[in-house]
Design a binder for this molecule. Structure first.
Ligand SMILES: [Zn+2]
Ligand SMILES: [Zn+2]
Length: 449
């Protein structure tokens, strides 16, 4: 009996030592803040706000940063549309001489009706920019990011004897709509508060187990380009195709030919995605329409690949129209949106390597994973521009119960992804690991000599 309880004690003791091993001061700081952070998390989760409307969320983040002694600037940032107020929050925590490290959380939620069944599920509805009534949900986990971000600020305030320099805490609006990071930079973030030496961000991950940190050295998110193509033909009667130039047939040819950009024009080791997400043309069975409109999303990593793919979209569209006999003055109009472009996110390989060692020490070596990059987009990349000149790392926080991952795998089902109405991070230990991951990274970069 005694032996058995001793062995149980030993196993649980070792397990706890193993789980969050050596950096006990960081873990202690995280744990002591958890009860109040979980309350903040549930409050934010239940009261989500859409992109560019993060008024109350930003005020909460600002209040929390002020409470830990940051100099806080609210309503910071400038969108292209001067009528849209920017709810950016900048909190500067100064602690003597040393480097400046940027720590970012996003704050916005999505127009999704929550179906998680959680007791603190969002019931919020609002009118979107088109006047439609929509539900609002933190379906991307930005609420968990904010809780971990506040926890990080609290931990670093408590541990001021262990670091020196300046921390630039950023509460960023409009990550989902794209434009939040750019609005902060356009508003003069680096002119007013100084250029950081390093930028750090984190995001929860729908298929990574809670308790784990995941990270990808090098490219981790893609360049995202939005392209609009208008195929202009010559319309007419559906029974007399020879009197027309049918833009629907031309559009169909373009869609297929664009797929050969990835398969035939591109070095296979460079990922490329060409997706036609929207196509509209015509009104009726027996009318050949004058035009077809398409909306494409293009994903790449390297700038030169991006340039080549975008040029190929244009060249192929115009070439097919020309081959189909469309006169030059009716050539397709291909426009690449500058506003909706998100640059690829590049995790500085040396910095990533250094942080992996830090996290392995803080969480245990088995709790840090190298994960595959994705072709998703993240405007965190803006903080390290131009050309990734400011070293940056955007890492993943595991957010899902490992038993749930195993069960879904066994049943051959896909886990609810980010943006799903059924996605919500397990708050604990996800938030704690977020705090430990971010705090230990900052301490490594700013440790007092
Ligand atoms: Zn998202
Ligand atoms: Zn997100």
């Amino acid at each position: 009996m005694k032996l058995r309880s001793l062995s149980i004690f030993l196993v649980s003791f070792l397990a706890s030592q193993f789980a969050f091993a050596q950096d006990t001061s960081v873990e202690k700081a995280a744990i002591s803040e958890l009860p109040s952070l979980l309350a903040i998390y549930k409050d934010i989760h239940a009261h989500p706000e859409l992109s560019t409307r993060e008024e109350k969320t930003a005020a909460l983040v600002a209040k929390e940063l002020r409470a830990v002694g940051c100099e806080v600037t609210e309503n910071f940032g400038k969108y292209d549309n001067p009528n849209t107020k920017c709810y950016g929050v900048v909190g500067i925590m100064k602690n003597g001489a040393g480097p400046t490290v940027l720590v970012r959380t996003d704050m916005d939620a999505l127009p999704v009706e929550e179906e998680t069944g959680l007791p603190y599920a969002s019931k919020v509805t609002t009118k979107d920019d088109n006047g439609r009534e929509v539900h609002v949900m933190h379906a991307c986990g930005h609420d968990a990011h904010m809780a971990a971000f506040i926890g990080t600020a609290r931990a670093l305030q408590r541990m001021k004897d262990q670091w020196s320099g300046t921390i630039m805490f950023i509460g960023q609006p409009a990550e989902e709509a794209v434009g939040g990071a750019r609005a902060l930079l356009k508003g003069g973030l680096y002119n007013r508060f100084g250029k950081p030496d390093v930028a750090l961000g984190f995001h929860d991950k729908h298929d990574l187990q809670t308790g784990h940190i995941g990270v990808t050295p090098g490219y981790t998110y893609a360049n995202v380009d939005s392209v609009d193509v208008t195929v202009r033909g010559i319309g007419g009667h559906g029974a007399y195709p020879h009197k027309t130039k049918d833009p629907i047939v031309l559009a169909a040819e373009m869609i297929n030919a664009w797929q050969t950009i990835a398969s035939r024009e591109n070095n296979p080791i460079d990922p490329v995605v060409v997706t036609v997400g929207s196509i509209h043309g015509g009104t009726k069975h027996n009318i050949i329409s004058d035009e077809v409109k398409m909306q494409l999303t293009i994903r790449t990593y390297k700038p030169e690949v991006r340039d080549r793919v975008l040029a190929a979209i244009d060249r192929i569209a115009k070439g097919i129209a020309s081959a189909g006999g469309v006169p030059p003055d009716r050539a397709p109009v291909v426009s690449i949106s500058k506003d909706q472009y998100t640059p690829s996110t590049y995790n500085n390989p040396d910095l990533t390597k250094r942080l992996i060692q830090v996290w392995k020490k803080a969480l245990g070596p088995d709790n840090v994973e190298i994960v595959d990059p994705t072709m998703g987009g993240e405007d965190f990349s803006e903080y390290s521009l131009p050309d990734h000149a400011i070293p940056a790392v955007d890492f993943h926080i595991g957010a899902v119960d490992p038993e749930k991952i195993a069960q879904f795998k066994k049943e051959g089902k896909e886990l609810p992804t980010l943006h799903s109405s059924k996605f919500a991070p397990v708050p604990e230990p996800t938030i704690k690991v977020g705090i430990i991951g971010m705090t230990s990274a900052v301490l490594e970069l700013m440790k007092s000599k």
